[in-house]
Write a protein of this length. Structure first.
Ligand code: SF4
Ligand code: SF4
Length: 441
């Protein structure tokens, strides 16, 4: 795409980066057919090519964002399916992140929307606040129908029907470890599904790794980053870079292991996000280079003996952040097959389930449609369990699925001697927690 940015505009590093992205786009439109929102709406402006055009016009003219532009950018899931499809190597992620920050700085949202976004950014990255919010949501569940199908109703539906247990992580590692890894603690996952971290630690111990939690590390910043809150996203990135750098320069790290693939995409991008900060650029690059999804790490090491305890059919849902963001789509499925599970994948595996960070709260109607399509496709595979590698997908799919939803690490832990995944145990015990639907949380 031709651009007309002035030399003065291109002195801004974000504008220079976006110009380079836009110029790579050759208008071919291959990306539109694989874009979930284009599939739903059939509108060019709800596909990647149309959005690139809108962003180019807005950034080039330094225009005040219009409600129409904001609508189409807000509807983008940042699923990055378009990046996988694009033959020209267009880095849509960096462009849309820049556009979101531009909109956040210049666009005045209706007060309710602004309040909701502010509330999400204040609550979700902080486990203590998030735990309290979930307790309030549970108390409000009996009257949740009064909140309708908008963002508040969506928030109440997404909250688990039971109080999640507190994490109980085994600290005793192997006597003679072959390596030392830091496991991301993050924010939402340990509150919603602490059993994922417990299973991952057991699995890594069995694979011969000492597992540490870096002091001072917390939310990776992606929730705020993808809402256009650039300063908050960068502050989270710097805090985590400091925490992991202390470990790297102390006793050393072989990897930074991540179990939530959405966080993995952002941490692998810290080097880019902090490229213009002389105090952090080099350290952030080093952290990004060490970041690995748990399945990515396990695929490259000698694993403990694995054997699925019973014949189990697994419907594998590759999270967008894993398949499009990290290009690791088939790695977890391969690990599960090697462990003895029968793995099936849906025909529309490339399409987003509608979770996408805070998307299922901010765009509940679209998220619901995508979630229902995804659940139907997964359940057609007649699974005993649905597996995924991202907490957001697990919650979104768990809303409608009859089968339990487990993290890939929980299944691998089970196959190598750990307990059956908690969601499967709960279902076997016949627990219910979602007003008639079976609880997967
Ligand atoms: S990131 Fe996903 S929703 Fe956004 S334009 Fe690309 S394919 Fe469409
Ligand atoms: S596939 Fe790539 S080059 Fe083609 S229109 Fe989409 S973003 Fe542009």
């Amino acid at each position: 795409m031709q651009t007309r940015f002035t030399p003065e505009q291109l002195k801004d590093p974000d504008t220079a980066s976006s110009e380079a992205v836009i110029r790579k786009c050759v208008h071919c439109g291959f990306c539109t057919a694989t874009c979930p929102t284009y599939v739903l709406f059939g509108d060019e402006l709800d596909g990647p090519r149309g959005r690139i055009y809108l962003m180019k016009e807005m950034l080039e003219r330094e225009a005040q964002p219009t409600a129409e532009v904001v609508l189409h950018i807000d509807r983008c899931l940042s699923c990055l399916s378009c990046v996988t499809t694009c033959p020209s190597g267009v880095n849509y992620a960096h462009l849309v992140d820049h556009a979101r920050a531009y909109i956040e700085d210049r666009y005045r949202r209706p007060w309710r929307e602004g309040l909701l976004r502010g509330l999400l950014a204040w609550v979700l990255p902080h486990p203590g606040r998030f735990r309290l919010a979930l307790a309030l949501a549970r108390a409000a569940r009996p009257v949740r129908r009064l909140f309708g199908s908008g963002p508040l109703g969506a928030m109440l539906s997404l909250a688990p029907g039971r109080a999640p247990p507190r994490p109980a992580v085994e600290r005793q590692g192997p006597a003679a470890p072959k390596g030392r890894v830091a496991l991301l603690q993050g924010c939402a996952e340990p509150v919603l599904r602490p059993e994922i971290r417990e299973a991952t630690v057991r699995l890594l111990h069995r694979a011969g790794y000492e597992v540490v939690f870096a002091a001072g590390e917390a939310c990776c910043g992606s929730l705020e980053h993808h809402m256009g809150r650039k300063a908050a996203g960068l502050a989270a990135a710097r805090r985590n870079v400091d925490a992991w750098t202390a470990e790297i320069e102390g006793r050393g790290l072989d990897a930074i292991v991540i179990t939530a693939s959405g966080c993995g995409v952002t941490i692998k991008d810290y080097g880019f996000m902090l490229r213009d900060d002389p105090a952090y650029a080099r350290k952030a690059d080093r952290v990004s280079a060490l970041a690995k999804d748990v399945c990515e790490l396990l695929a490259g090491v000698a694993l403990p003996p694995m054997a699925a305890p019973t014949p189990v059919v697994v419907a594998y849902h590759p999270a967008c952040s894993l398949q499009h963001g990290q290009k690791l789509g088939d790695v977890p499925a391969r690990l599960l097959r090697d462990a003895g599970f029968e793995v099936r994948t849906p025909v529309d595996a490339h399409l987003c389930c509608g979770s996408a960070g805070t998307y299922n709260i901010l765009q509940p109607g679209i998220a619901r449609q995508l979630g229902e399509r995804k659940v139907q496709a997964l359940e057609e595979l007649a699974p005993d369990v649905i597996a995924t590698g991202n907490i957001g997908c697990a919650v979104q799919i768990g809303l409608g699925a009859a089968a339990p939803v487990a993290h890939v690490a929980e299944l691998l832990d089970w196959a190598s001697g750990g307990p059956e995944p908690a969601a499967m145990r709960r279902q076997a015990a016949g627990s219910t927690g979602r007003g008639g639907r079976r609880s997967t949380m």
